[in-house]
Write a protein that binds this ligand. Structure first.
Ligand code: ASP
Ligand code: MG
Length: 418
């Protein structure tokens, strides 16, 4: 008998019919002799709808505490209904909120990190033969305040709970069959990956692949939780996410991701003196703005230029921060650019294969596009480009790296160097 955590996202429990289908699936598992803990998100677009409601109340940013109070209701509806659906199939079940399940978080609203899990009630209810249903996305501070884990946070609830109760596997059920080499809506011949490493998945999740929440992957990696991503609509095998994953013969790039939530900010004519970069980036950090790629160009006549990227949603805030430190830093002008996208290729095999990044630059320039910024790590290369022809770029890269399902694999750089 194994202990399984099953997580169902908003689309999998989008209406009563789907909810019943999930109930069937869970009961089927339980009757195979497994113990099941189920984590669910709010139904369909509930969370977005709740956010829209707040905008009708006031144009001001709502108090973060009340926002959490509101948004956690979505998940509470789901757990109760799913529990009822499971009961109606003759299987005992009990639903818990995040706080009842012992999910403690730091005292931050809107994007709290889990600090501790005390799963005694969950374990006791399991022992008594119940399917245990836990609301995703929710937590509580040690002071008893309700928190949320950030958008898409139910994945994190599931993985963290799986680690805490030492589950044998955490299955993430979603509306696609698993992790694909790239978004199958963009590339028709995208391939489903049988396996992927935690590190690759973490890069892809951070770089814009929306299938899994990055924090959930981080958690899975740190606690070595075996993860499976699979469809809630069929019984296909899905993708295993684990420490080491087999690479198909000759494949060096596992996946391609893109992120349109990016803006470039350039600060021109910065007075050249020690500590300038530190001033700028400390000010941004103090304003809770994440900076991604940073490029500093050469110094000319005692002045330097530098550019960096931030989330598009942080752009205006970042520009304000820069204006506020203008006198302290001393620069000629600041400008920003939108309509960009960061395209990334990810693969653990990249470290040991020459020519992988070069191929990416070539593919992009063959489409007549210029590359604004580049960043690399051992297992990824990202390029910031104009976003107008994104789908074409992704398709071309997919083909160039031999990822199309009907194609032979790309085997790296010049043959004689391998
Ligand atoms: N309901 C929350 C959201 O939509 C959490 C989740 O779906 O994982 O962001
Ligand atoms: Mg959701």
């Amino acid at each position: 008998m194994s202990l399984i955590v099953m997580k169902f996202g908003g689309s999998s429990v989008g209406d009563a019919e789907r909810m019943k289908r999930v109930a069937n699936r869970v009961v089927e598992r339980q009757r195979e002799g497994h113990q099941c803990v189920v984590v669910v998100s709010a139904m369909g677009d509930t969370t977005d709808d709740l956010i829209d409601l707040t905008k009708q109340i006031s144009s001001a940013t709502p108090p973060a505490r009340e926002m959490d109070m509101l948004l956690t209701t979505g998940e509470q509806v789901s757990v109760a209904l799913l529990s009822m659906a499971i009961h109606s199939l003759g299987q005992p079940a009990v639903s818990f909120t995040g706080w009842q399940a012992g999910m403690y978080t730091e005292a931050v609203h809107g994007k709290a990190r889990i600090t501790d899990i005390q799963p005694e009630r969950v374990l006791k209810a399991l022992k008594e033969g119940n399917v245990v249903i836990v609301a995703g996305f929710q937590g509580m501070t040690t002071e008893g305040e309700i928190t949320t884990l950030g958008r898409g946070g139910s994945d994190t609830t599931a993985v963290a709970l799986a680690a805490a109760i030492e589950a044998d596997v955490c299955e993430i059920f979603t509306d696609v069959d698993g992790i694909y080499s790239t978004d199958p809506r963009v590339v028709k011949c995208a391939r489903k990956l049988p396996e992927i490493t935690y590190d690759e998945m973490l890069e892809l999740a951070n770089l814009g692949a929306a299938v899994l929440h990055p924090r959930a992957v981080e958690y899975a990696k740190n606690y070595n939780v075996p993860l499976v991503v699979r469809s809630s609509f069929n019984h296909n095998e899905g993708t295993q996410v684990k420490e080491e994953a087999a690479m198909e013969q000759g494949i060096v790039v596992r996946g391609i991701a893109s992120d349109k939530n990016v803006a470039r900010i350039s600060i021109l004519g910065v007075e050249e003196k020690p500590g300038q970069l530190a001033k700028v980036f400390t000010a941004l950090a103090n304003a809770q703005i994440d900076v991604d790629i940073i490029v500093q160009s050469g110094v000319m006549n005692g002045a330097a230029d530098f550019s960096f990227t931030v989330a598009l949603t942080d752009k205006d805030k970042a520009l304000d921060v820069i204006q506020n430190i203008r006198s302290e830093v001393g620069f000629r002008e600041v400008s920003s650019q939108e309509n960009l996208v960061k395209v990334s290729i990810v693969g653990a095999g990249m470290v040991s294969t020459p020519g992988v990044a070069a191929k990416m630059f070539e593919v992009i320039s063959d489409l007549g596009l210029s590359i604004n910024m580049v960043s690399t790590s051992e297992i990824k290369t990202s390029c910031v480009i104009d976003n107008s022809r994104l789908n074409e770029v992704i398709q071309a890269l997919h083909t160039a790296y031999g990822l199309d399902t009907d194609q032979q694999a790309f085997v790296g750089g010049p043959k004689d160097r391998r």
